[in-house]
Design a protein. Structure first.
Length: 329
């Protein structure tokens, strides 16, 4: 017969396990949600993404960015994918006009519908695709929690109110992340997503030509490296086209930690990148990851992506599972 002390230990262990389980599943998400309902779901997503990036590698950045833009407006419920006949959906808001890859999400959805009709949500597809493009571009994998349901509302005004402008200072960045339940560490780690992809000149042009509004030849952002300004001016002429510029020069198609090195040298493309030097916690992380092994950043990035992926999720009987990602059922 077990002693009273061993019984107490067993009781404690069981309750600790149950508490941990409830903590992990309280938001309705879990790793392997489709294990029985669509066992090949994640393999299907990965296969499509690998095929796409083999011929269109420039889509990696936009597809990762899509997950951010979805989660920060109404939560991670696929509202960024919805079309509007009156052009009043999230994707019609100015910050989303440069998003690309919606047709790739549709391609993934079509493959999943063929295998498992009306099972895998579009919101989960966006989350899985973000993980798979990171892996395909050299980053490490992480376990994506699934079980999200799709929202039925997409509003242009909400996108304008919730998406973080590229000129946001460190105070604003920390406040915006805190409002979504994310930490300062999440802020600096997720900023590292700028290691892949490009941006249009319009998002940073004021930093290199008309920062204070004086319009003089030297009216530039003093926090930006002068040599980098000269480089950016070659790509972005004062009255030239809205060209694309690499966010992580030299490795914008490779997921690595070189972004932190660029920012530490005052070569972050956006004011929101430069702002990471204005806070002791973000600066310390940035300085410690600007060289050396990427393992810690890769691990941290997976953790922060999971944290972001929990924002405002719809689960259970909330929302729906769209048959087509661009419209409600």
């Amino acid at each position: 017969m077990a002693s009273s002390s061993s019984k107490s230990l067993t009781f404690f262990s069981i309750n600790l396990f149950l508490a941990s389980f409830l903590l992990l599943s309280c938001n309705g998400l879990k790793v392997g949600f489709y294990e029985k309902s669509c066992p090949d779901a994640e393999a299907i997503v990965k296969n499509v993404i690998n095929q796409v990036l083999a011929v269109a590698p420039s889509l990696s950045g936009p597809l990762l960015r899509m997950h951010f833009h979805d989660c920060f407006v109404r939560g991670c419920e696929g509202s960024v994918l919805l079309n509007s006949s009156t052009h009043q959906a999230e994707k019609d808001a100015e910050p989303n006009l440069t998003l690309r890859g919606f047709q790739i999400i549709d391609k993934v959805k079509a493959a999943l519908e063929k295998a498992c009709p009306s099972v895998v949500s579009c919101a989960d597809i966006v989350a899985l695709v973000a993980r798979d493009v990171v892996v395909a571009t050299g980053g490490a994998s992480w376990n994506v929690e699934t079980g999200r349901r799709d929202g039925t509302v997409s509003n242009i005004t909400e996108a304008l109110q919730n998406l973080i402008p590229p000129f946001t200072n460190i105070t604003g960045l920390k406040e915006r992340f805190q409002q979504k339940g994310l930490s300062v560490k999440d802020l600096i780690v997720l900023s590292g997503g700028h290691t892949i992809g490009t941006s249009h000149c319009a998002s940073f042009k004021n930093r290199i030509y008309n920062f204070t509004g004086k319009g003089t030849s030297n009216d530039t952002d003093p926090t930006l490296d002068t040599n980098y300004i000269a480089h950016l001016r070659k790509a972005c002429l004062p009255n030239g086209p809205n060209n694309l510029v690499e966010m992580d020069p030299g490795s914008f198609r490779t997921f690595d930690q070189s972004y932190f090195l660029h920012v530490s040298k005052r070569r972050g493309l956006f004011q929101s990148d430069a702002a990471l030097l204005d806070d002791s916690e973000t600066k310390a992380y940035l300085e410690s990851h600007k060289t050396g092994n990427s393992t810690t950043f890769f691990t941290d990035f997976g953790v922060s992506m999971v944290n972001m992926g929990r924002i405002g999720v719809l689960t259970g009987k909330e929302g729906e599972v769209r048959k087509v990602c661009s419209k409600v059922n």
